[in-house]
Write a protein that binds this ligand. Structure first.
Ligand SMILES: Nc1ncnc2c1ncn2[C@@H]1O[C@H](COP(=O)(O)OP(=O)(O)OP(=O)(O)O)[C@@H](O)[C@H]1O
Length: 385
């Protein structure tokens, strides 16, 4: 490390100060100090870190990773250690893991930590998810489809990947140390079939997934594969749980809800809900009673999420806030109630409508189309959304 700093600073005192600072940061992340190792403190006057220097970026990343690693709970740490051991295991054996965890038990945190650890060691990881949204939440994440060159449309047993053995993509997959596959329960079993075949070819190995370490994560209580016009049994049949490889996976469970860690009753209730253990209401299937303390009034919720009136000054802040709704109908109601507080969007819609009417009547745009201000554009976009 000192050699790197020497080369960078060309000044032994500054290099020494920067090196000691880097060591101090790394030790702090492990709950230790320079004192513990009899090392002196860096001379603060000599520290002039160049924030854009990639070397400091790498140190910051290492510090952040140490911090994340320390924060893993015992369940997460068990999976972490097992997967890292598999990555380091040079034997030609299958390395397939599945970590099950209800929402909030720290699956994303766990594999985020694995990805950072391997990247800190200059190893590459393939992060994939069934949906683009989930993939975008992973560092360097991509969809299963694009990563493995799966054909569009419904897969069949005969479907093949578009990736050729000599391609750069095949080469990169060959070099990856680990595949992390999020939202695995949403993937149809046929994706397994095609990816398994592809990896066997790429790795030149008959082991499942070509012997490549693979970690699936997900929650079968959330969303299962989407089967067009499928009924309950066809959805279940298409699940990865019905795939012949499923039994080969080493399984782990995360049970502690870290998102609701300060509310044990809520976490327990959520788990019972997800496991289908709550009683139905008046014997009507697929219904549950939600305790009144967990229900909030829509107006209160809207006030909480959008406490101020929207203005040019806070338009960006508004754009970052959302209220999730299970159905379009509810999202439209909340949209109109949220935007009606501001008065002006109605005017904006009238402009737009009258403009459309005039265009329709004359067959061309009016000479002067009313210009929308940034505020009006933002509120109109919200009304349109
Ligand atoms: N060991 C931990 N210590 C403290 N907080 C944690 C820990 N693990 C996870 N968390 C926090 O708990 C929350 C939920 O974690 P995370 O998003 O990883 O869960 P998840 O299982 O992926 O959830 P979901 O299935 O809903 O995506 C996050 O705010 C995360 O920062």
């Amino acid at each position: 490390m000192m050699e790197d700093f020497n080369r960078r600073f060309q000044n032994v005192d500054r290099a020494r100060a920067a090196c000691l600072k880097a060591i101090r940061d790394l030790l702090r992340a492990r709950g230790k100090s320079l004192d513990d190792y009899g090392l002196p403190s860096p001379d603060e006057d000599l520290l002039e870190p160049d924030q854009d220097d990639p070397m400091f970026g790498a140190i910051d990343a290492a510090v952040a990773w140490q911090q994340r690693l320390r924060e893993l709970n015992d369940e997460q740490r068990t999976v972490y250690d097992r997967v890292m051991a598999a990555v380091d295991d040079n034997r030609n054996v299958q390395k397939m893991f599945y970590v099950d965890g209800p929402g909030g038990t720290g699956k994303t945190t766990l594999y985020g930590c694995l990805i950072s650890s391997l990247r800190n060691r200059q190893q590459t990881v393939l992060s994939v998810a069934y949906t683009g949204i989930a993939a975008s939440l992973m560092e360097g994440g991509m969809t299963v489809h694009s990563t493995f060159g799966l054909p569009l449309g419904t897969l069949t047993e005969q479907s093949t990947s578009s990736i050729t053995m000599q391609s750069l993509r095949a080469q990169r997959i060959r070099e990856d140390s680990l595949i992390v596959w999020d939202e695995a329960p949403m993937s149809p079993g046929l994706q397994f079939t095609v990816v398994d075949r592809l990896l066997k070819d790429i790795m030149g190995s008959a082991l499942p997934f070509g012997g490549k370490p693979i970690l699936l994560a997900g929650d079968f209580r959330q969303i299962l594969p989407v089967v067009r016009r499928g009924n309950r049994s066809s959805i279940v049949m298409s699940s990865i749980k019905r795939h012949s490889l499923w039994r080969e996976f080493e399984q782990f469970r995360l049970t502690r809800n870290m998102r609701a860690d300060n509310d044990a009753d809520f976490a327990a209730w959520l788990l019972r809900l997800g496991n289908g253990q709550l009683p139905s209401v008046d014997g009507i299937p697929d219904t549950v009673d939600i305790p009144p303390q967990l229900v909030c009034d829509v107006v209160d919720l809207t006030d909480f999420v959008y406490p101020q009136r929207m203005s040019l000054a806070n338009v960006d802040e508004f754009a970052r806030r959302i209220i999730l709704c299970p159905r379009n109908e509810e999202s439209q109601q909340i949209n109109s109630s949220a935007t009606s507080r501001h008065g002006r969007p109605k005017d904006v819609l009238i402009h737009r409508h009258s403009c459309d009417r005039r265009r329709r009547r004359s067959g061309k745009l009016p000479d002067r189309v009313p210009q929308l201000s940034a505020f009006e554009r933002a509120t109109a976009a919200q009304v349109d959304a």
